[in-house]
Ligand binder design. Sequence first.
Ligand SMILES: [Zn+2]
Length: 83
Amino acid sequence: MSRTTPPPARRPMTHDELRERTPLGHSLSSHRVFGWCSHCADHTPAEELVAWRVWAQNLLLTVPLENLGLQVLEDSPTGGRDA
Ligand SMILES: [Zn+2]
């Protein structure tokens, strides 16, 4: 499995569970989504940045823009997905 691939779907952790499993000073957001962050051994800030970009790109491709609170431009030939 690639480092940028999110873990398989499972019951979302509660915030308390996430805080218990995430080392102090590490990114709760990254640990929630990827299970690691740039403060973890063997990971760099550049890896975390790439992981977040891939995550965001996948989100934009799979979730309707309206559901993200984004406006679809009617005159856009790509329907607003030309980022
Ligand atoms: Zn970490």
